[in-house]
Design a protein around this ligand. Structure first.
Ligand code: MTE
Ligand code: MO
Length: 252
């Protein structure tokens, strides 16, 4: 179904079932299903929030397009990143053997994984598109462990609503809802195009969320926190993006 006809269906469906008090009824429904984006008070009006909620309800299991090997971009574009700092250089000098990915928050068994441990878990390869909000994009093959595998290892608690992820670059952090966190294409990636994940593309590890724009795909991740609320993380809007005027949800 095209986005247009889906939207039409949502609007007409909403109007037909909810009538004049449509927004109030639908808002309650969205809230019950945990489908209010953390930045809803800002650039999202009630209408946008409901479009988001219904779009999420309909598409939570849909897959990002995967491509054949022949479509892999010859020269993937690595976005410039701020200088990576002393801690990063020290870890890089040790071939990243000291890199850890901590997983904490609303989990039964907080844990911390080395790169070797991440590589020992069942891996998935996928050839997907990475698109920057600035207009450029590329296709690459990504290798990693599904985030859902790590979340099952640590045992997420039933109240969990978001997974927040942090980079060694402290001004980069973001979050996804559980639909994206548990989605089979959301990977903790350590490989690209058959080799190690290059530092330019976020090596040693990066979260790949192929159903959302480039900026949700945070590089150099060091920590994941499972939470039921984004309050207390930065300005409480879900990530640095809405703090700078971009949407928290960047679905494509
Ligand atoms: N830690 C960190 N992650 C980041 C960024 C960054 O500067 N630092 N840039 C983001 C943006 S805006 C985009 S479009 C993609 C670019 O990914 P690429 O360098 O693999 O092309 O990474 C995202 N993740
Ligand atoms: Mo970007």
């Amino acid at each position: 179904m095209s986005n247009l006809s889906r939207r039409k269906l949502i609007t007409t469906g909403l109007a037909a079932t909810a009538g004049a008090s449509g927004l109030a009824v639908a808002a309650r429904l969205a809230l019950r299903h945990g489908l209010i984006p953390p930045d809803h008070g800002g650039i999202y009006g009630p209408g946008e929030t409901l479009t988001y909620a219904f779009q999420r309800m309909l598409t939570r299991h849909s897959l990002a397009r995967e491509f054949p090997r022949s479509q892999i971009s010859k020269t993937p574009f690595a976005n410039v990143v701020d200088p990576l700092g002393e801690e990063f250089k020290r870890l890089q000098a040790g071939a990243f053997t000291g890199w850890r990915l901590a997983v904490d928050g609303m989990v039964a068994r907080p844990a911390s994984f080395s790169l070797a441990e991440l590589k020992s878990y069942p891996s998935r390869n996928q050839i997907t598109h990475l698109a920057c909000e600035e207009g450029w994009s590329f296709i690459a093959e990504w290798t990693g462990v599904p985030l859902s595998h790590l979340l099952h290892l640590v045992g997420i608690l039933p109240q969990a609503r978001y997974v927040v992820y942090f980079s060694i670059q402290h001004d980069w952090w973001d979050s996804v809802d559980m639909a994206d966190a548990l989605h089979p294409q959301t990977l903790v990636t350590y490989g690209m195009n058959g080799g190690e994940l290059p530092v330019g593309h976020g090596g040693p590890i990066r979260l790949r969320v192929p159903r959302q724009l480039g900026y949700k795909n945070v590089k150099y991740i060091t920590r994941l926190t499972v939470t039921d609320s984004m309050k207390g993380f930065g300005q409480g809007l879900g990530s640095v993006s809405p703090e700078g005027g971009y949407a928290w949800y960047a679905g494509i």
